[in-house]
Structure formats: C-alpha cells, structure tokens
Write a protein that binds this ligand. Structure first.
Ligand SMILES: NC(=O)c1ccc[n+]([C@@H]2O[C@H](COP(=O)([O-])OP(=O)(O)OC[C@H]3O[C@@H](n4cnc5c(N)ncnc54)[C@H](OP(=O)(O)O)[C@@H]3O)[C@@H](O)[C@H]2O)c1
Length: 266
C-alpha cells in the first residue's frame, strides 16, 4: 500500500524541536494538514508561521502530553479544526542518562509518563477518531534502546521497550479498524534531547553532535508512512547493534560488560 500524505490530517507530538520539528517541515512539504503539540507554545508558533508562509495549514496546541486534561484538549482541538484525524505521531520524549543505582523512583516514573503512558493514552483517545480516518495510522517513535537495553539508559530503555511492546500488540488489535501501527527505531540523533534529559550523570559523554541529523530520521518516518513499513530502524549504529543483538547477543553482552568494567576501573 502507498499512503498519500497530501491533505491528510497529521498530529505530531514533540513538534517544537528535533525530529518532531523536522517531521512537521517535511510533512507540510508533502501537503499534509498539521496539528503540532509540545509544551513550548512560542517555538510551535514560530514553526507554524514559517510553515503557513509556505502555504501549509497548521494548528498549534500547547500541551503537556503527561496531562489527561491536555491530551483530551489536544484531541478535541484537532477534531474541531480538521473534523477528524488520519495520522497520530507519538514523538514527544525525554531521556535520562546515568546508572540505575544512583537514580530515583521519580526519574523512573517521569520517563515512563512521557515516553510510555502518554503515547498509550493518546492512542486510546484517538482510536475512535482514527477509525473514521483515511488510511489511518499511528506512528510510535521509540529508540534503538527499545530493542536492546543499554547501560546508563535504564529508565529510557524500559520506557521504549514498553512502547515497542504496545506497538506490536496494537498492530494486531487495530487491524480490524484498518488502523496501521508503525514503529520507528532511531539510533543516536542530533537534536535537543540533551536539553530534555531528566538526569545527565553517566560517566561516558554522549556525543549527540556525532549523531545523525534529525532531518534524516524525519525523512525515514515519511518514507515508512508512505510505504506502510511496520518497523523502521534508522541509523548505522542502531542497525549494527540490533544485528549484533539478534545474532550474537552474548558477545554483545560481553563487549558492553568489558567496556563498563574498564570505564569504572579508572
Ligand atoms: N535524539 C536521539 O538520539 C534519539 C534517539 C532515538 C529516539 N529518540 C526519540 O525521538 C523522539 C524525539 O526526540 P528528539 O531527539 O527530537 O529530542 P528533542 O529535540 O528533545 O524533542 C523532544 C520533543 O518532545 C517534547 N516533549 C518533551 N516532554 C514533553 C511533554 N511532557 N509534553 C509534550 N511534549 C514534550 C519537547 O517539547 P517541549 O519541551 O516544548 O514540550 C520536544 O518537542 C523522542 O521520543 C526520543 O526518545 C531520540
């Protein structure tokens, strides 16, 4: 199946920066009608006016996806403006970098709220609306850490694993409504995530600047939507690690363990 994006009503969470922002620019370029959500209203409005200047139809909704009331208001605003929804992209996310023993329950719960409970509940709210959509789809932006847990990303890995599991379960459930459920699994990406870390005290430095451009991830999301690819791994690092994990999981465990022991020996 090929999905046409022209005229489609697309809601993107986490559209104020990074991957979400690039995705908004690219889907607007494809002729989609956009609803953009995040907490930073000023950034969303600045993006919306630049997209509107190029002829795009854009709705801005400042919302915290962890709030029940905000999620309900977000979906109601989309339905009121566009009379429905065709594509929901759950992209908003936060990171947390540091070892689990030194972390807190609060960090764990907050990461799960943003990266798992919020998209889960937004999907639940959106199902009746998407059921009436045209070639409807849910796109969940997970992470390489959602397919292979990584040290110093314990809360983040757990939240993204939960999102991957939900995505697979819903793919089957929502088939009866013809709602496609797609999963995006990016590796390290140059974005604003470094400023959306609940903690950042891992011993190794994460080189976000060495990650792939957020534009590349957005381009893959657009492609996955067009081609209806159920799972898209994005980035050389992610492809390499996930292939190693699939074929040589114990070797990967050993390599990671050796690296951590060396790091902490010094
Ligand atoms: N960067 C990477 O290396 C990488 C790798 C794999 C997967 N990912 C995933 O890709 C997605 C996008 O991240 P990014 O890399 O583009 O990072 P980013 O630039 O930090 O973008 C995160 C977005 O999420 C929004 N957000 C955070 N908390 C929110 C909340 N409570 N309510 C509403 N919006 C919220 C932020 O906007 P406001 O602050 O304005 O709310 C921002 O627009 C995330 O799910 C992330 O886990 C990133």
């Amino acid at each position: 199946m090929n999905r046409e994006l022209r005229g489609r009503r697309v809601l993107i969470t986490g559209a104020s920066s990074g991957i979400g922002r690039c995705l908004a620019e690219q889907t607007a370029g494809e002729g989609a009608r956009l609803a953009l959500a995040a907490r930073s209203r000023d950034k969303l409005e600045e993006l919306a006016s630049s997209l509107a200047a190029k002829g795009a139809e854009v709705l801005v909704v400042a919302a915290d996806v962890t709030s029940d009331a905000d999620r309900a208001r977000l979906l109601a605003s989309v339905v009121e403006r566009f009379d429905g929804l065709d594509v929901l992209v759950n992209n908003a996310g936060v990171g947390s970098w540091g070892h689990f023993a030194g972390s807190t329950e609060e960090v764990l719960r907050q990461v799960m709220e943003v990266n798992f409970f919020a998209p889960a509940e937004l999907i639940r709210l959106a199902i009746p609306v998407l059921t009436r959509g045209r070639q409807p789809a849910v796109v969940n932006v997970a992470s390489m850490c959602g397919r292979r847990g990584m040290p110093a990303w314990p809360e983040y890995s757990a939240s993204k694993f939960a999102l991957c599991g939900l995505t697979e379960a819903l793919r089957g459930e929502l088939a009866r409504f013809d709602i496609d459920v797609l999963l995006i699994v990016p590796g390290l990406t140059r974005s604003d995530l470094r400023n959306h870390m609940l903690r950042n005290d891992g011993r190794m430095k994460i080189d976000f600047d060495g990650g792939m451009p957020a534009e590349d991830v957005a381009r893959k999301i657009v492609h996955a939507l067009r081609k209806n690819w159920t799972e898209t791994v994005v980035g050389r690092d992610a492809r390499w690690i996930l292939r190693m994990n699939r074929f040589f999981p114990r070797l990967l465990d050993w390599l990671i363990g050796r690296r951590i022991r060396r790091l902490y020996a010094s």
